[in-house]
Write a protein that binds this ligand. Structure first.
Ligand code: 5AD
Ligand code: SF4
Length: 433
């Protein structure tokens, strides 16, 4: 039996896609990298915005067309939003986030009676699963340490699919999982969660504590990166860990969403622009290059030109090294979807374009400032004699090297497109692959 598995959305979904692949492989199913001549297609869907939902439906329809006789499964977040519209995309099995943990059981059942089914249970399940490899990316592994979100951002539908209860993976389990991945050659571990900053609240610990233990107990040559974390969850203890710690990448993804306090309030985000700027200053006092990437929503209901200009001003002031810009999208039954003063689509497009232009300029300045500096790059790929990889600040480098999956010290030579060109100074460790 052969299967094709793919996903949309965030790193958590990507991690869970790896779990799906491992389940299938353990059951003797061959996982193919192409959706041709397969018996099963699995799409791990997303629905955070209208666009993500549309892409999920489109992908399922396409896979159905390509594989008229295959078992087509939709799992992930979309089924929690609307099982019927996803079923209509030629899907045989619609499974929720909890159900994807027992995918093989559902597949076997389907092959017994070939009955179309929708199974979506409450997503508040405990998490203790572990992956042993990460196929999508051979040098960097994402490790999901937490699930669920107990905040009430007025635009966000994610808690519907992920649950409102914070669930954290026990520290010992995370340590074991990270050790296994590092021992099998992964040089960068990215800790992820639906709301990563809340890690540990349910099990009487914290993200800072988890990171400290990982830094102390996983002695091999590797580095840790943290994924998205909110302003209010970046504790003094966590910041301390970034001091003189080569193993912890000086990069945080801090979704700011808006540069207007009025809009932040309407979004029910529990920080102000001033608090965020003070935090950024603190991080940059540890390292002037400390990399801060962010998410911004443009065209939230009630966002005036003035509010939007405050966002542009913040992007410049905060010197974000990368901005993920989202057009506000009404999600069903969210408080924001009922708000008045919606921004017209053309205006959202205009603001989006302006934001992208400014964000790109700010990011280019950030990269240009690194010329002459030494960086540590994880070499991911070699093509035609050129190597590619990201440094600790999440800047993309290209340079001449010989091997992949090594942490290489390079010196930045010049900016280049969305990254920089650099030159190898030394390779820290020999080749592993
Ligand atoms: N509309 C637009 N963007 C959204 N995001 C979450 N919900 C919405 C929405 N309704 C964005 C936020 C979040 C990112 C993962 O998706 O910026 O940080
Ligand atoms: Fe998409 Fe959010 Fe679900 Fe991730 S948690 S897959 S971003 S809806």
């Amino acid at each position: 039996m052969r299967a094709f598995v793919t996903f949309l959305g965030c790193k958590v979904n990507q991690y869970e896609t790896e779990l799906i692949i491992e389940q299938l492989e353990r059951a003797g199913i061959v996982v193919s990298s192409q959706p041709v001549d397969v018996d099963i297609c699995v799409v791990n869907t997303c629905m955070v915005t209208n666009e993500a939902a549309r892409q999920s439906r489109q992908l399922l329809r396409k896979l159905r067309r390509m594989n008229p006789d295959a078992l087509v499964i939709a799992t992930g977040c979309y089924p929690h939003l609307d099982a019927l519209s996803i079923k209509d995309c030629g899907v045989d099995l619609v499974l929720g986030n909890r159900e994807k943990k027992e995918l093989v059981k559902h597949i076997n059942e389907w092959f017994r009676n070939k009955e179309q089914k929708v199974l979506i249970s409450q997503p508040d399940y405990e998490i203790s699963e572990q992956v042993s490899s990460f196929l999508a990316d051979r040098v960097r592994a994402y490790v999901k340490v937490q699930d669920g979100c107990d905040e009430y951002c007025t635009y966000c539908i994610v808690p519907l699919a992920r649950g409102r209860k914070i669930r954290s993976k026990p520290t010992q389990v995370v340590i074991r999982e990270v050790k296994n991945l590092v021992n099998s050659g992964y040089k960068e571990i990215v800790l992820t969660g639906v709301n990563l900053g809340r890690y540990g609240r349910d099990i009487d610990t914290s993200l800072a504590h988890l990171v400290r233990r990982l830094l102390n107990e996983v002695v091999e040559d590797f580095r840790i990166r943290l994924s998205s974390i909110n302003v209010q969850d970046i504790s003094a203890e966590l910041i301390e860990l970034f001091k003189n710690n080569e193993k912890l990448c000086p990069h945080l993804h801090i979704p700011i969403q808006s540069g207007s306090n009025k809009i932040l309030k309407a979004m029910n985000r529990s920080y102000t622009v001033e608090q965020a700027l003070a935090l950024f200053e603190r991080l940059r006092s540890l390292d002037p290059f400390f990399s801060i990437t962010t998410d911004i929503i443009v065209g939230f209901p009630g966002e005036t030109i003035g509010d939007f200009e405050e966002t542009l001003a913040l992007v410049k002031r905060a010197m974000f090294s990368r901005v993920h810009a989202f057009k506000y999208s009404d999600r069903p039954n969210t408080p924001a979807s009922r708000m008045r003063h919606k921004v017209p689509p053309e205006e959202k497009d205009r603001r989006m374009k302006l934001l992208r232009e400014i964000a790109e300029k700010v990011a280019a300045d950030y990269r240009a400032a690194s010329v002459g500096k030494i960086r540590t790059v994880l070499v991911e790929m070699n093509k035609d004699g050129v190597s590619y990889g990201y440094d600790q600040y999440y800047v993309r480098h290209e340079f001449v090297s010989l091997s992949t999956n090594v942490l290489a010290k390079v010196v930045v030579k010049k900016p280049n497109g969305a990254g920089v060109v650099s030159q190898v100074v030394s390779l820290e460790k020999s080749v592993v692959d």
